[in-house]
Design a protein around this ligand. Structure first.
Ligand code: CA
Length: 611
């Protein structure tokens, strides 16, 4: 008797709520016809939505399966879009007790465009909150918890997408061809929200950065200038404030718990001696107690993330993706991701952040390498941290068997580990590292040596915003100090460094040094497409060449603190025999290369060789 009463009560309450069908989200919010993959999985979210029947009445669009999961507020719909489907809306009908709710789902036409970036590019990394405030009205939106406060180094400062659009000429004139922005999707967190790596909505541009159409506008403006856009994505974690964390779809949507932290040791993934405990901490531990570790072994989450990346590529016309914390998610899933993206967009460049100290670890995560056995990531480009450490330290050290210039030499001598080291992303600093000018003790000579290496070395060069202005900053003081505001990005700034006249002599010297080499670099086939050959450093001098079948560039570094060097060119005859002179691309002077070349202390020479 008791049981019957409870049953009746339950039924009554169900009937009460059944009057209304609540639909809060469908993601992806729209899709495209003409995709290589005809399948689409929609995440549907709304109070008790799983109690609804779902139907699609269309000749070309088929509802293949409706998935009910642990949480009754979710449905996952498998949809097949036939090849002959025309762009436009189709109806998804949700029914419950004679009540219907119709959702118009839009299918746009997929566009065909050239995608990808390469060693012919020169990338500029921008922390969007810290570059330029193009729209002060969006600094502190009502529904966003953290408001702007420029006095707080870790606070939100107001920089946005419009600010970047406003300064594309400045960036292009420096010789840049591609932009990578730290994430601009919503990070609605109470504090420390400016960096963008704690996502609260994967499908929405943060209102303080702008909106989705402004992001698309940035991409369009870049493409008009023959420049490219690389989007920063994170599959490893989201924010504890992500909308789904309050109402998790399935218990295994995230891994472990906030007390179980990552050991941040990417080395455990390739390590043949690694303990299961260490591997589990690396792949399932939380990156931060505010950043839940996403479980990409859950097939619905896996599909959600893959589709999200494809959605942004198609929506914004991306040329590449920079994937944050690449070694942290399950590697099998990440390989599935690169395969799926490349099936849809064969030419797009996928770059992974592989923050590891040794070339073997970095190479392990790059595609077609010679060491990872059956595991082939399909990742086109990796961040060359080993080379970063070498170029950071080499000019501060006395040359020795493995110190100074030899440290650069030994990193490059290990390129046999990579499938294609020419695709490595190379850099002198970034948003997580000491500013390069600070690393080299504010010595402009050392700074220029680093910049010259960056722009002629094998790989895809990347410059962190403000490095061209000799910006200083030490990471150990806090990330806010290496992510300072670009001077002149805010109307109230006393100095506007976007203007040549307002920059110091030293800043213009640095800016013009980069500009000269980067502008020349664009036209240099040996540097952008050619091979690399180096000679073992001797007597404080390191010489390398970039070359094609009929062109070559000679690069010379003298790392001695005070002595110039006279280099006998005999040693380099295997390249130099084909040439008689070299044009110094910085001074435009013609240099005779037949016998010897003189180089001042702490300097670099770049010679375009002539027959
Ligand atoms: Ca703003």
């Amino acid at each position: 008797m008791k049981k019957l009463i409870i049953f009746t009560l339950l039924l009554a309450s169900t009937t009460l709520f059944a009057q209304k069908i609540i639909l809060e989200r469908i993601e992806p919010p729209f899709w495209w016809v003409g995709m290589h993959n005809s399948e689409l999985q929609l995440l549907v979210y709304g109070k008790n939505i799983s109690q609804s029947e779902v139907a699609i009445h269309s000749e070309t669009i088929k509802l293949k399966k409706v998935h009910h999961v642990e949480n009754k507020n979710y449905l996952f719909l498998d949809i097949e879009i036939a090849e002959n489907t025309q762009p436009g809306n189709f109806e998804i009908i949700f029914s419950k007790n004679e009540t219907d709710l119709t959702f118009q789902y839009e299918l746009k036409q997929k566009t065909e465009q050239k995608r990808g970036f390469s060693s012919a590019d020169f990338i500029y990394l921008i922390m969007p909150d810290r570059f330029s405030n193009g729209n002060p009205k969006n600094d502190s939106p009502e529904k966003i918890s953290e408001k702007a406060d420029r006095n707080n180094p870790d606070g939100r400062h107001g920089g946005d997408i419009q600010g970047i659009i406003n300064h594309l000429d400045y960036i292009q004139q420096l010789g840049i061809t591609a932009l990578w922005l730290n994430p601009t999707v919503e990070n609605n967190n109470p504090n420390y929200s400016y960096h963008g790596y704690a996502i609260t909505d994967f499908y929405k541009t943060d209102p303080r950065s702008g909106n989705d159409s402004e992001y698309k506008k940035l991409s369009d403006e870049l493409h008009k200038k023959n420049m490219k856009l690389i989007m920063d994505m994170i599959f490893n974690h989201c924010s504890i404030n992500h909308w789904w964390m309050n109402d998790i779809p399935m218990n295994d949507w995230t891994n472990t718990n906030s007390e179980f932290r990552s050991n941040f040791r990417g080395s455990t993934v390739p390590d043949i001696h690694a303990s299961n405990d260490d591997i589990k901490r690396m792949t399932e531990g939380w990156f931060d107690k505010h950043m839940p570790d996403l479980n990409q072994n859950n097939p619905f989450l896996a599909e959600y993330l893959i589709q999200n990346s494809i959605w942004w590529i198609e929506f914004a016309g991306l040329d590449g993706i920079r994937m944050d914390t690449y070694p942290y998610p399950f590697k099998e899933f990440m390989t599935k991701w690169t395969e799926r993206v490349h099936k849809e967009y064969p030419d797009i460049t996928l770059l992974g952040e592989t923050w590891l100290q040794k070339p073997a670890f970095t190479a392990y995560f790059s595609e077609n390498n010679s060491i990872s056995g059956n595991y082939n990531s399909g990742l086109n480009s990796v961040t060359d941290f080993p080379l970063y450490y070498a170029t950071r330290d080499a000019f501060n050290q006395q040359d020795g068997w493995s110190e100074g210039l030899a440290s650069i030499y030994y990193i490059l001598a290990q390129d046999f580990l990579y499938g294609n080291p020419y695709n490595n992303l190379i850099f002198l600093d970034n948003h997580d590292l000491d500013r390069y000018y600070t690393s080299v003790g504010k010595d402009i000579k050392k700074m220029k040596m680093g910049l010259a290496v960056l722009l002629t070395m094998r790989g895809i060069p990347m410059l962190y915003y403000g490095t061209e202005l000799l910006t200083e900053g030490e990471e150990h003081k806090g990330h806010g100090y290496i992510r300072t505001d670009f001077p002149g990005g805010w109307k109230e700034d006393k100095i506007n460094a976007f203007n040549e006249e307002e920059r110091t002599f030293e800043q213009n010297d640095s800016y013009n040094y980069i500009k000269t080499i980067a502008t020349w670099r664009k036209t240099s086939k040996p540097v952008t497409e050619g091979k690399f050959m180096h000679f073992v450093p001797e007597n404080n001098v390191y010489v390398y060449f970039r070359y094609t079948n009929n062109e070559a560039v000679m690069f010379i570094l003298n790392n001695h603190p005070s002595e110039k060097r006279l280099i006998n060119t005999n040693r380099f005859s295997e390249i130099l025999n084909n040439y008689s002179t070299g044009i110094n691309i910085l001074t435009k002077e013609i240099t005779d290369i037949k016998k010897s070349i003189e180089i001042q202390s702490k300097s670099a020479i770049i010679l375009e060789l002539k027959k």
